[in-house]
Design a binder for this molecule. Sequence first.
Ligand SMILES: [Zn+2]
Length: 301
Amino acid sequence: MIHNRSAARPLPVVLPVLQDELLSSWIRRHAAFYGVGVNPMLRHCRLDVPLPRQLDLALTTSDQHRLGDIFRCGAAVIRGMTQSRNGKAPEGPIATVRPMQVCNRCASRHRAADITRGARLRSWMEGWRMSCPVCGTRLEDARPMDMLTKVDADDPLLARTAVHARMGERLIDGTIRKRGGAGLPLIELMRILLLPRPTVSENRPCRTAVPRLLDVVVPGFDQYLEEHYPHYRSPGTFLLAMAVRVPVLAGVGAVVSRPDYWAERLLGVSPRDFHDRLIACIRSLPGRANAPRITGTVVPT
Ligand SMILES: [Zn+2]
């Protein structure tokens, strides 16, 4: 039985952590298990937040240690379930409230038992994911607008970019999850690839209002975007629908594979204003610390 006391006591029964589970999800499951509601559970843990999700995004060191005692697992386990860095909100594209995507296979497995029903996984909040890190299943959009504009996974562009997209996903995941801010140049590259590029109207492959740099790396992207998202604009939050995310990840994978090659081609078609940003990004990519200096030479296209 849980009491609202100032001295938080360890819980008598602690539920196993699901693989890749969020801290907020685990706390919600404990509240359901003890039949006390989320707010009494937060008060028992002496956590002053209106929503458990905030614990995933910014959890202080003292909170980590207290939760480690209450849930009898230690602070490191608690920290590993969050998406924050040293108590600060993460810098990458991470959903702050509801999942962007879900793994239907894992969700279905969770639904099968009372104590795991409704669990949420970290990967469901991450804007660079296309597959579930637990079971490998392709993730599905969970936001209503994204579900409405969903593109079939067999679409020719998605099919031919899948290998590079998985590479982009692995690169970003390996740096963001394991080394925090070290993955930010890859996130910057995602943004850069969606920047508009000037083009001569008669050379346009379609009537896309805003041709993107990504079309240089992933030919056909502009047409694909026009076909599936005629009103697409770069979203302020940078949380991309899965059908846009996959080709963008493919662009990241391709550029990281041959940074000098793609730097020259991208510089050749991008406005002068973008050059400093593009060069700084390419130089910061993983594995490029000792690479030759990129000169910024503009090559004819
Ligand atoms: Zn899964």
